[in-house]
Design a binder for this molecule. Structure first.
Ligand code: SAM
Ligand code: SF4
Length: 351
């Protein structure tokens, strides 16, 4: 068989047959899947994890082949955007093979975007290969540009390799957006500087409010909480912020900074302003599907995945789960609610 024909026949075999799209009970079309490919991480950010974490035994975690099969089933059900996250996605062994395999859905046009959220520690090593796999944009989490403070926040992280990784991604033609969690008394003196640095380097940035997810050891989320409304008015004293029509399909609301031309996004998960347009579901590395970041209801997809080589049971389980997608979340942080609103850490569902 000629090489071209062989390639197309392999592609066809690996491409899911399209079926009717997933529509939830509130009429929202599910087109975005976020997959936490590992719960492990080389950092221990103070708002995300306790320092002494117990991770899942390896046997419970889906293999790379199983992750591929699950993601591909979702692509067949109309998912157009796939985000790999974690834990830290780039510390999972063999991750580049998974990304390379998934990129076949970009080539067939079944998928519009394959992207990642990463802490950037391994980005220097993988940036070129990611670009080669068709990754065009990534989110990199940076909460401080001060090396000492960066290490204080991440406990185990170092700023320099992360900044080098961001530069490598940019050089490889990947657009980088920073994710910054706003932390009272920790990085609230750096908001101007972060926006300025992004302007100088051609990056957008999104500021995120702390969400009450998982036990984080001795840390207190009421103490960490910095309201995004205050952050926005704070930035407006220094920068000219113009409302932007940019809409990522997600919870962020954007402005353009007139002086730099870059976008600044704000995510306020404690408000409900994004639930009605929510188009996403989240898959953990054990194959549990969460239909809402802020609710505990979940569906096990690992059992139907492992029960049969055909995808019939799996597809039925996914459709059944989508029928249970709730209207919105119930996050709340105040002095009367100091425990986590949901027990799992953000690293389980990847944010
Ligand atoms: N390790 C990768 C990273 O840090 O980008 C991907 C996973 S991390 C869980 C995804 C995003 O969630 C990061 O931007 C992180 O800052 C954010 N995050 C983690 N825990 C959070 C929390 N409790 N509240 C708000 N954002 C959180
Ligand atoms: Fe790791 Fe990301 Fe959580 Fe930080 S936010 S501990 S980098 S998973």
């Amino acid at each position: 068989m000629p090489r071209g024909a062989l390639y197309s026949s392999i592609m066809n075999a690996l491409t899911p047959t399209p079926s009717p799209p997933m529509i939830d009970p509130f009429g929202r079309r599910i087109s975005y899947l976020r997959v936490s490919v590992t719960d492990r991480c080389d950092f221990r950010c103070v708002y995300c994890m306790a320092e002494d974490m117990t991770f899942l035994p390896k046997a419970e975690v889906l293999t790379l082949e199983e992750l591929d099969r699950l993601c591909s089933a979702f692509v067949g059900l109309g998912v157009k955007k796939l985000r790999l996250t974690g834990g830290e996605p780039l510390v999972r062994k063999g991750i580049m093979q998974l990304i390379r395999n998934l990129s076949r859905h970009l080539q067939t046009g079944a998928l519009d975007e394959l992207t990642l959220t990463t802490n950037g520690s391994q980005l220097g090593k993988y940036a070129r290969e990611l670009a080669d796999c068709g990754v065009k944009r990534i989110n990199v989490s940076v909460d401080s540009l001060d090396p000492e403070k960066f290490t204080r926040i991440t406990r185990w992280g170092k700023l320099e390799p992360v900044l080098d990784g961001i530069a490598a991604a940019k050089a490889a033609g990947i657009r980088v957006k920073l994710n910054t969690v706003a932390l009272k008394g920790v990085n609230d003196d750096e908001f101007y500087r972060l926006v300025e640095w992004c302007g100088e380097n051609g990056h957008d940035i999104t500021f995120i409010e702390v969400m009450p997810m998982g036990d984080i050891g001795g840390e207190n989320r009421v103490d960490q909480f910095f309201p995004i409304s205050l952050l926005r008015s704070h930035l407006a004293k220094r920068w000219t912020l113009k409302d932007s029509s940019h809409y990522s399909g997600g919870p962020a609301r954007y402005v353009t900074v007139e002086e730099t031309g870059q976008r600044v996004g704000f995510i306020t998960p404690l408000t409900h302003n994004f639930c009605e347009a929510c188009n996403r579901v989240r898959l953990t590395c054990t194959g549990t599907l969460y239909m809402c970041l802020g609710q505990d209801d979940a569906a096990d997809l690992r059992a139907p995945l492992r029960q049969s080589e055909s995808d019939e049971l799996l597809l039925a389980a996914i459709r059944e789960a989508i029928r249970r997608k709730p209207k919105g979340h119930d996050f709340i942080i105040d002095r009367d609610h100091q425990g986590p609103a949901v027990e799992r850490h953000m690293s389980v569902t990847g944010g």
